[in-house]
Ligand binder design. Structure first.
Ligand code: FPP
Length: 239
């Protein structure tokens, strides 16, 4: 049996479909989705998950209607303001990954404020992936390494896995153990490509606004039954 995963990452999908099913605007799905974020963050901390990473806004999400993008940004600012005290009460440290400089200034300010205020917290690390794309992350890392090679700071022969990790946005995160995607879609959608190399994948048909702490527990139980071999044989694991 696996013990609890150390790092859980979630692609929170299905807000729009949830709203459509209720005959409501997509926006309502996002605000209900923000409530699920609150429930799952607290539940994950209670389950002793050390790292929780949530895909909150991808680099491709800018292509959505302007009104929806604006509402998602506003929801982010209001959620950060509202949840700040709960993060402190639960000893949770907030981090963010992605091209943060292109986010609206208000989002950047609120984010930096909460990151700063929670930086001494020693409990779960909650990372929001915002304006995040894994291919872009790898391109940025390659550029930074190439620059160091050009300036003779690193020699090309010395470039290894750890050099790459050190230049990713996700450099402070351990590998993902369990990746959950809601809403029935079975895709990775450019999320954490490097860090999911050996992750267990868990897909559920439940739409994100309906995803509860009980659904998280089901995913953790399912993870506990998986055999993680990392290239070895089953027999080698039992030696
Ligand atoms: C996917 O549903 C969800 C998103 C693009 C955004 C996730 C945002 C939230 C859960 C709300 C606020 C977040 C935080 C961190 C407070 P979708 O719109 O793609 O759904 P669909 O595929 O059914 O259209």
């Amino acid at each position: 049996m696996n013990k609890q995963p150390k790092h859980v990452a979630i692609i929170m999908d299905g807000n729009g479909r949830w709203a459509k099913k209720q005959g409501k605007k997509r926006v309502l799905g996002h605000s209900k989705g923000a409530k699920s974020v609150r429930e799952i963050v607290e539940a994950a901390a209670r389950e002793q998950i050390e790292f929780l990473t949530l895909f909150a806004f991808s680099t491709d999400n800018w292509n959505r209607p302007k009104e929806e993008v604006n509402i998602l940004m506003k929801l982010l600012v209001s959620s950060l303001k509202k949840e700040f005290k709960r993060l402190i009460d639960n000893n949770i440290r907030l981090c963010a990954i992605g091209h943060l400089k292109s986010l609206p200034v208000l989002v950047q300010e609120e984010l930096l404020f909460v990151i700063e205020k929670t930086k001494e917290n020693t409990g779960m690390v909650l990372t929001l992936a915002l304006n995040y794309g894994a291919k872009e992350e790898i391109v940025e890392a390659v550029k930074a390494i190439a620059d160091k090679v050009k300036n003779s700071i690193i020699s090309p022969e010395k470039v290894d896995e750890s050099t790459i990790i050190e230049h990713l946005y996700t450099r402070n995160l351990p590998p993902v153990d369990l990746l959950i995607r809601t809403s029935g879609e079975e895709r990775i959608s450019n999320f954490l490509l490097w860090h999911i190399a050996y992750a267990e994948l868990y897909f559920t048909k439940t739409l994100w606004p309906d995803f509860t702490k009980e659904d998280l527990q089901l995913a953790l139980i399912n993870y506990g039954k998986r055999e993680r071999r990392f290239g070895k044989t089953s027999e080698q694991l039992t030696l």
